[in-house]
Design a protein around this ligand. Structure first.
Ligand SMILES: Nc1ncnc2c1ncn2[C@@H]1O[C@H](COP(=O)(O)OP(=O)(O)OP(=O)(O)O)[C@@H](O)[C@H]1O
Ligand SMILES: O=C([O-])CC(=O)C(=O)O
Ligand SMILES: [Ca+2]
Ligand SMILES: [Mn+2]
Length: 663
């Protein structure tokens, strides 16, 4: 066939004869046809089978033996998942099978070993399997095991309403009716052991439930999950400190949940997955299904239940993925202190010289924003452990707030919102799929969950040496706390136990009164033991390793909310830079009234007048009044801790009490 100068084949008509047209049929393509007889066969060529994950071991080097061992491994894995999903009361079921139910039979075209892998039944030992059978034991539940982000995207887009690919490649999704955690629906099983060990009563986040009620909810979740065609199973790790790593299994009904946990937990390598075995902790996420209000203890249709003895968590009636993340964090707050390891609701980063900083703070105070720093290595943004060997991140990903996100102010977080990232509850243009980060139509708590390696200067593995600086973040909407203060150890303890922030409740209709929040250890919702236990550990570690405490107000300046403004992020970044560099250790200080805080008089790149908040208020009387009001709230909050001994030493408690506001 002749070609025109521009490379297009000339279309020949009227039976123009060339030697190539042997039987009078005109072929207009010159490349060889695909090697497929049918469309199905063609499609089967597209996907190459993943290599078996078991490497051929020495002594079993015949391909036949390797194939067998891979099959055996898969059988054991399914057995383990079947055991996880088993009812505690029925004798048979569930039948679990690997793979997507939508792809039944497809594998045959590829010559896969078996188009329908052997189902695995769960049998309780020593019982006749004919009693107490349900229909669910006659059906298959397909297990989608540790799927890749690409596979999870396809599942989400195909089956979960509200799933879309944004213009930067992230998976936009909706978390349903709940767009935040439900702390009042979180319950912990109170048995003999936990009654002794945990913090119960006034101020504690641990709301009790009994073992029987837990089992009722667990059965409800398991039955729901088994009634589905397919469930997602993630086997992953928590804690980059390999000596203290926890194996977690998450069983969920949504690709969104599976991808969220894929990003947020530590992703095992293929070899690690082979050796995974039995998980240390299992989550049953049946969030689409409500709990039963006739069940004892249930006060709403949501229930998030933790049973430490069984090492299980059950989620009913909320699809907010943060429940899984923070539920596991609670478990770490129980497990780690038993090993002498302090668990922390903090961000963490490290300078090029190896200086580590921790960033404590309640939600929205800046842990993620300030630990994500282009000049430093990110160890993690939210959950850490501090052991005798240093710090380690608990998670494998970050969970950034997205409201008002901008490329200019937070470039690293913006750039992390790409293929693989879960974007929760954001609003986007229906055609261009460009996200409008200022839109709060669904919620103000819009979030991005991405693997930590999406931040270019992530420190992997996410571990580091002992911290040099401990930064306590508060977003003070009253506008009276200084932008930065240097703390002595009793002051650090006082502010750590207080866990103060004041955000503004509703920012939409007019001026609202700032709301003071006190949350012990900057994470009262997640701690399991009495706050003084964690505080004592922090004091001991800070003293032992010579860390300096700082209080940084990322909130208002120039007046309270409605009058002043939030401190500009570039100024806060300069303040943080001066802490990291050591500049602030040798600065000149003066002491504030009432709170008795040491504040620097000068910082490179920050206007000096803002360093003492009184300078920024035009109404000095209003300043003093607001200062005293906040100090009063601190005092009142601390009353409950006044009689608690910290460590073995009651003089430490007196010192801490004296480190609070004085007026
Ligand atoms: N001066 C400032 N310092 C820090 N953050 C600021 C400042 N001004 C505005 N912000 C905004 O405040 C928010 C801080 O949220 P961030 O995600 O860091 O919270 P977080 O402490 O990590 O909370 P969570 O535990 O809920 O994840 C960001 O949206 C950030 O852009
Ligand atoms: O858990 C969440 O939903 C978000 C978070 O990090 C927090 O609240 O501390
Ligand atoms: Ca965060
Ligand atoms: Mn958090």
């Amino acid at each position: 066939m002749a070609s025109t100068p521009n490379g297009l084949a000339r279309i020949e008509t009227h039976g123009a004869k060339t030697k190539k047209h042997e039987n009078g049929i005109c072929h207009d393509d010159s490349s060889a046809p695909v090697r497929a007889q049918t469309i199905d066969e063609l499609h089967s060529l597209q996907r190459k089978r993943s290599a078996p994950t078991t490497p051929i071991k020495d002594g079993a080097s015949s391909p036949f033996a390797a194939a067998l061992s891979e099959e055996e491994r898969q059988r054991q894995q399914l057995q383990s998942i079947s055991a996880s999903l088993a009812s505690l009361t029925r004798e048979t079921g569930p039948k679990v099978v690997r793979g997507d139910p939508a792809r039944k039979g497809e594998a045959a075209a590829k010559g896969a070993p078996s188009p329908h892998p052997q189902p695995v039944h769960h049998h309780h030992p020593h019982v006749t399997p004919t009693i107490a059978v349900s229909d669910s034991s006659l059906k298959f539940t397909h297990v989608l095991y540790n799927l890749s982000p690409a596979e999870l995207y396809e599942q989400a887009i195909k089956y979960e309403k509200g799933s879309f690919i944004t213009s930067t490649g992230a998976l936009a999704t909706l978390s349903g009716a709940k767009t935040g955690r439900s702390p009042r629906d979180k319950r912990i099983v109170k048995d003999e052991a936990s009654a002794q060990e945990l913090w119960w009563g006034k101020g504690s986040p641990n709301i009790e439930m009994d073992e029987h009620t837990f089992l009722t909810n667990r059965e409800r979740a398991v039955d729901y999950l088994n009634s589905l065609d397919k469930v997602f199973v993630n086997d992953q790790f928590l804690n980059w400190d390999t000596e203290n790593r926890i194996k977690v299994r998450i069983i969920s009904a949504r690709a969104y949940h599976s991808l969220f946990m894929h990003n947020m937990c530590i992703r095992p390598t293929e070899e690690e997955l082979e050796e995974f075995g039995t998980p240390d902790f299992t989550i049953y996420n049946a969030g689409q299904f409500p709990c039963n209000r006739y069940t004892h203890y249930m006060t709403s249709s949501t229930s998030v239940d933790i049973n430490l003895a069984r090492r299980e968590m059950v989620i009913l009636g909320t699809q907010y993925a943060g429940e899984m993340k923070k539920g596991l964090f609670g478990v770490m707050h129980y497990l780690m202190p038993r090993r002498g390891i302090l668990s922390l609701h903090s961000g963490c980063n490290m300078g090029k010289q190896g200086d580590v900083a921790l960033f404590f703070g309640l939600s929205g105070t800046g842990k993620t924003t300030l630990s994500t720093d282009h000049n430093r290595l990110l160890i993690g943004d939210d959950e850490h452990c501090w052991s005798d060997t240093g710090v380690s991140n608990i998670e494998g990903g970050c969970y950034a707030k997205c409201i008002d996100l901008s490329q200019e102010k937070e470039p690293d977080i913006c750039n992390a919102i790409k293929f693989g990232t879960v974007l929760e509850n954001v609003v986007f243009d229906e055609h261009t799929r460009e996200v409008d980060y200022t839109d709060k139509s669904v919620t103000e708590n819009t979030r991005a969950a991405y693997p930590i390696e999406y931040i270019p200067n992530a420190k992997i593995p996410c571990v580091g040496p002992h911290p040099k600086n401990v930064i306590l973040l508060a977003c003070d909407a009253f506008g009276v706390l200084p932008p930065v203060s240097k703390l002595n150890l009793p002051q650090t303890m006082y502010h750590f136990i207080s866990g103060y922030t004041a955000l503004v409740a509703g920012t939409e209709d007019g001026i609202k009164e700032p709301q003071a929040t006190f949350s012990a250890c900057f994470g009262a919702a997640f701690i399991m033991l009495h706050p003084t236990k964690y505080a004592a550990m922090l004091a001991e570690k800070m003293q032992k390793y010579g860390a300096t405490g700082w209080l940084v107000n990322t909130g208002w300046s120039g007046g309270r909310y409605g009058v002043g403004k939030r401190i500009r992020l570039p100024y806060t970044r300069k303040i943080i830079d001066a802490i990291h560099s050591g500049e602030l250790l040798t600065a000149n200080y003066k002491k504030t009234e009432v709170f008795g805080l040491e504040i620097p008089t000068e910082i490179d790149g920050v206007p000096s007048e803002i360093l003492d908040p009184i300078n920024t208020w035009t109404d000095k009387g209003a300043y003093k009044e607001t200062l005293l009001k906040l100090a009063g709230l601190f005092k009142k909050n601390f009353e409950v801790f006044a009689n608690y001994k910290i460590g073995g030493d009651s003089s430490l408690t007196d010192k801490i009490l004296a480190a609070g506001p004085n007026f």
